[in-house]
Each structure stands twice: as structure tokens, then as C-alpha cells.
Design a protein around this ligand. Sequence first.
Ligand SMILES: Cc1cc2nc3c(=O)[nH]c(=O)nc-3n(C[C@H](O)[C@H](O)[C@H](O)COP(=O)(O)OP(=O)(O)OC[C@H]3O[C@@H](n4cnc5c(N)ncnc54)[C@H](O)[C@@H]3O)c2cc1C
Length: 492
Amino acid sequence: MDSKLDADVIVVGGGPTGLMLAGELRLGGASVIVAEALEQPTGQSRALGFTTRALETFDQRGLVPRFGALETSAMGHFGGVPFDYTVLEDANFGARGIPQSQTEAVLERWAGELGADIRRGHTFQALEQDEDGVTVTVSLPDGARRRLRAPYVVGADGARSPVRKAAGIGFPGTAGTQLMYLADVSGSGVRLRPLGERLPLGLVQVFPMPDGVARIILSAYDTTLADHSETPGFDEVAAIWQRVTGEDISGGRALWVSSFTDATRQADRYRQGRVLLAGDAAHIHLPAGGQGMSTGVQDAANLGWKLAATVRGTAPEGLLDTYHDERHPVGARLLSNTRAQGMALFGGDESQALRDLYAELIALEEVRRHLAGAVSHLDIRYDMGAGAHPLAGRRLPPRPLSTGGGPVRTPDLLHPALGVLLDLADAPALRSAAAGWKDRVTTVTAAPDSPDDFGGATALLVRPDGYIAWAGDDPDTLTTALHHWFGTPDPA
Ligand SMILES: Cc1cc2nc3c(=O)[nH]c(=O)nc-3n(C[C@H](O)[C@H](O)[C@H](O)COP(=O)(O)OP(=O)(O)OC[C@H]3O[C@@H](n4cnc5c(N)ncnc54)[C@H](O)[C@@H]3O)c2cc1C
């Protein structure tokens, strides 16, 4: 690294997205500074879980045991209409009951162990890009300013993203129209309603949290954004709760009170020169189905290996641009599914026809499978070009394998965040085609436990983010895919 550079990458924002990205960059061999404004974590519970695919993404890095006992929920909903997400193979309504503060603590520790330089009390102020890099100005708690330089900067600095604004990236979309109150309360005796309950005056949800705490979410049909105080007090929430449900929760102890809206926006570009965006900095929406943090974590897994290969100089031409090309459509789809849910969730009689229609459609198995795929994020398929194998672009599903060294699960193969050539038919010609990339692609010869796993494919080339780049039995097309995703082979 050039001695004038402070790191290969500066990540602004040490929330779940920035911390996941920091770990991914370290696994990819890039040095990283995380500049986080807060001197201490907020401790806020916010997100209470992850989608199936986000959980698989953590599994791919061996992080799942760090969360302790995790439970996934089969029953979920779409726009308030309940259904069983296990209708789709491997899908569920996600892991629940894990406060975001815990997720952040797990990721901060992991990224730190991998060597990420996490600098708290570093508030991003400005950036200047030139041909070779980006200089970032941060302010410190004592008011001092410091300049940091790196070839790339990633704004993982949340919905208001000062990095996005400084880079001049637009954030088009729709302003919030609906308001929801939130309170995490202990000792209120409130009854759980994880799938929500529609009452004549409003919509309520109550989720379980650790230590007997309940997460209350509440929207009164007649509360408009004009009545909205951005930081409501618990007495305000308790009064609306009483009006809507008739229940008195004012004797409970509020641990966190907040409010949110259905504002829905997406960055028009995820890359502007040497500045990239990820997580809430790139997309905001109604938190229906608990998908926001989960999408940020997956943005990080998509970007990390590509950006690390770029700064290491091994990336093929155009690799970094595939981050926008792949993740922007995923973000757009997320905005669309949460908007569609919001339209059914909110409102009184005027939106009843839409709810009735959703209920009729969700009675159809094909529709349930479709919606489970969208909200679990298992249906993501990146574009691998015309004529690609049906598995190409899809995730590598978690499956048991037998290898010469004993049984393994597919996610275990991805722990080092390298590419994997999964040789399922002991094919020496394929192994030898991949030999030139052995610093970037591990070759594993294995037998699936079930012949139906992996659609009977002879071999799979899997990217570090767990997506299948190629499937087949032809060494020539494998070689093309290796060049395309991993660059030129090592001449040695
Ligand atoms: C009520 C609610 C429930 C939710 N439930 C779920 C759920 O169950 N599952 C789910 O997946 N998602 C959920 N979400 C969404 C989730 O909370 C967000 O998507 C997630 O926090 C985004 O993570 P992030 O790291 O991208 O951004 P953030 O968490 O916003 O982190 C950004 C970081 O950048 C820092 N920062 C900001 N400005 C600067 C600056 N100038 N300099 C340096 N640092 C800066 C901030 O301090 C912060 O630490 C929920 C959201 C809400 C409101």
C-alpha cells in the first residue's frame, strides 16, 4: 500500500452493514478503517432479526454460533396476511428476537478480530475524490479534524448518509405518509401479537424480546404525519395504545421509544467513482418483514470480495461495477415488496379490498412460494448472462456433503471467503482447469448426500458471497467463468 494511504478502504459508519463489510474486506486481504461517529454503541434494539438469506450469509462465515441460541419462525406474513414460509424449500420467516445491538456487537468483535481498524468518535465531514483515491475529513470528539486517505470509501452511514450527499448521489423515492410508534416495554403484561392485529381504530403488533421485554408497534388510522413527534415519549405511546386497544400499559417500563414511517427511497447509483454506498445509505423502506439490516448485510457480502480484489489488483475489468448491477435491482425489489405490504397494512376500510385480495391470492400455494422467496431473499438470482445454467446466479443452498476428509456442510466451505470449485463428480479435468486460481479459488471434491441436491450438476463454481457463478462439466466454460470472476490466473 502507498505510504500516503491510511488504508485500502475507509468505511464510514459502524452499523451492521459497515461492520459486516469491514470483516469481508479483511477476509479478502484489504486493510480497512471504519470511521464511526458514535463513541459508544447506542444499545438500541431496532432490528429484531434477519431474513433466511441473511442468516445463511452469517452461516457462510461461521458466525451463527456467536448469536447463541437462534430460533427461526415458520409463520410470517405478507402485508398482514399470515402464512407459513416453509412452503418454500429452506425458507422461513427469519431468525427473531435478536436485538440489533447484539448483532452489531457480534459483528464488531468479528471484524476487530480479523484486523479491521474501528475508530469510534470519528464523524465524517467531507470527502474529495481524485484519480487515485479519496480524502475524507473526519471530526473527533474534541473538535479536532483529521484527514484520512484511501483508494475507496464506502458510505455505510445509514439513511441520512452524509457520504451519499457529499458524493452527489441522488436518493429518489417517496416521502413517508404513514406513521408507526414503537416501544420496547418490560412489565406491561401486554399480550404478544407477532403477526399483528387489526382493530377498528388501528393496527398493533407485539413481538417477544429477550428477558420478557415486549416490542410494541402501533399505528392509529387517524394519526397523520403532521401529528408526529420524531422522538415520542412513552406516555404518548401508552395513550394511543389505550385508545386503540383499550389496554393500559402505562405501568410498564419503556426501554426504548421511537417512531418510523414508510418513507421509501433508493440511491440512484451505488457507485460514484471511488465512493460506494451500502445498507440504509442506499435504500430505506417500511420495516415490514424485517428486511433492511438483512439487505445491508447482503450488500456487504456482495461488495466485500469485489472491492478487496480491486484494491489487491486481482479483480478482472468491471468486477466492481457488478456491485451496482447486482444489488441495485435487489434493493428496488425490496422497496417494491415493502411498499406493497404497507398499502395493505395501513389504512382502515378504504384498503380492506386490497387485504381481501391478498388473502385470496395467498391461499394459492404458488403465490405463497413466490412471496416467501421475495421476503426471505432466497429468490435472488444475479444475471450470469445468456445461456447460463439454471443454477448460475442462485445461492449455494446449505446441504451436507461427504468429502475424503469427512462430512462438511456447504456453508463451511465459504468460511475463508474464497471462491470454491465444488467438484461433485471427481472430475480431474475441471480441477486442473482451476489450478491457476488456487490462491483465489479452493477446489473441493465431494459427493452430495442426496443425488437431487444441486440439480444433478457435475460441478459448481461458487463466488465468495455464496452465489453460483457457473455450473456444468465443460473445462472451457469453467475457464471462461474463472477469468470473468477471478481475473487472470497466477502464472506460477
Ligand atoms: C423499528 C424497526 C425495526 C426493524 N427491524 C428489522 C429487522 O427485524 N430486520 C432487519 O433486517 N432490519 C430491520 N430494520 C432495519 C434496520 O434497523 C436497518 O436497516 C439497519 O440499521 C441498517 O444498518 P446500516 O448499518 O446500513 O445503517 P445504520 O444502522 O443506520 O448504521 C449507520 C451508522 O453510521 C453512523 N454514522 C452516521 N453518520 C455518520 C457520520 N457522519 N460519520 C460517521 N459515522 C456516521 C451511525 O452512527 C451508525 O452507527 C428495522 C428498522 C426499524 C426502524
